[in-house]
Design a protein around this ligand. Sequence first.
Ligand SMILES: Nc1ncnc2c1ncn2[C@@H]1O[C@H](COP(=O)(O)OP(=O)(O)O)[C@@H](O)[C@H]1O
Ligand SMILES: [Mg+2]
Length: 444
Amino acid sequence: MMTLTAKAREILRNVLLKSKKDKVYFAKAFFGLELGEKQQQALLLGGKVQIKVAGRRFGKSTVTLIDVVHECATKTKQVWYITAPSIDQAKIYFQEFEQRAANNSLLDALVKDFKWSPFPEITLINGSKILGRSTSRNGVYLRGKGADGVAITEAAFIKDKVYHDVIRAMVLDRNGVLRLETTPNGMNYVYKLFQEGLNDSTGYYKSFHATVYDNERLDREELERIRREIPELAWRIEYLAEFVEDDSFIFPWNLLCEVFDDYELKKEPQNGHRYSIGVDLAKYQDYTVIIVLDITREPYQIVEYHRYQGRLYTDVVAHVNELQAKYNARVYLDATGVGDPIAEQVRNCEPFVFSEKSRNKLISNLVVLIQQKKLLLPASWTVLRDELRYFKNVKRGTKIKAEASEGYHDDTVMALALACWSLREYREASPEAISLLRGLRIYG
Ligand SMILES: Nc1ncnc2c1ncn2[C@@H]1O[C@H](COP(=O)(O)OP(=O)(O)O)[C@@H](O)[C@H]1O
Ligand SMILES: [Mg+2]
């Protein structure tokens, strides 16, 4: 964003000229990044509709950002959108860009204007623009916008419908391109496009796959440690980037995608609204989670949440009482074991004692609320999203219990279920919910 001397302009022009044919050189010159072999493959993939599926930390977003900036810098007046399930996730691209530009005067010299509000937007000196939007509210922020390209980050976490009805149409007029990058998430539209790309000899669809082992930057010992620490299923999905369909999941993605949306948490009580608070207390290593739910009307929405580790119970009690007073809410707290004396110190508290039976009721209530789309949960809270995704029916002897996959936490799920206990008339289940709940041995 500085004025360039004639000499600097000359240098920039030459580097750009060389970059036109050499994206790997572009990455080095403008981003200071030495790409690994597999990352180079991803950068040079091409195609009209491109699907990059890879494990966490592979560099999916970095490579895609370089690709987008390359397109915009080497061609004039390009319009590109970066989109994601939440605006926070889309902003990661812009943060990475801002940080790289602060350390690289060539990249900085490309920028004419950079703003964050109301939406992130970069204008380059050649007139090209990079715009950030979320896919929330069924794509209303993208609908009708024409683009030369759209990059979709966390692509497997947006609704199939938004891809097909909104994003696909954005590039039609300008004969533009689509760049999807993601970890897998079941058998949704990303899986179908990925298969398409594997079998497409025309080069229209292009698929790319990498596991965490394709990342030369990651330490092998560190990887083995992660592998031992997390459940096998999560390892396969998140790190080996496998498409897995597991029918023991209690909240399949086609349900979850209907209740998660991007919205700003109010964090303040509204006049005339009613609230409930769910509290799951940390025992040993896990987290204390507090969720405030607006229960005035459907969809009941999370308005504030807290999740932390390693605080004294006296501090937690003070915090819960503060929230109770703020929202004038009833508090539903796990009063099993250590929770019992704590429940006594919380105002307007309904202690919830866990037994096999009460726990099943609590969870079935949550299942029904989600099944009937009565909740609105923040898409930016990926911890809750993932704990719900990995919540499953686990066989314990002859019994089946709903719990986190081994190695995963379920604190956010339990806090949400407790906050929803205020709405327990929803135990009346739909036929679909009943069939899900049969797995839990609650019906039938
Ligand atoms: N070739 C590279 N050299 C150095 N750092 C890299 C390289 N590729 C990616 N990174 C860094 O590694 C981190 C993870 O990359 P990211 O693109 O966010 O991964 P993903 O989107 O696959 O999870 C980022 O901080 C990024 O800047
Ligand atoms: Mg990423």
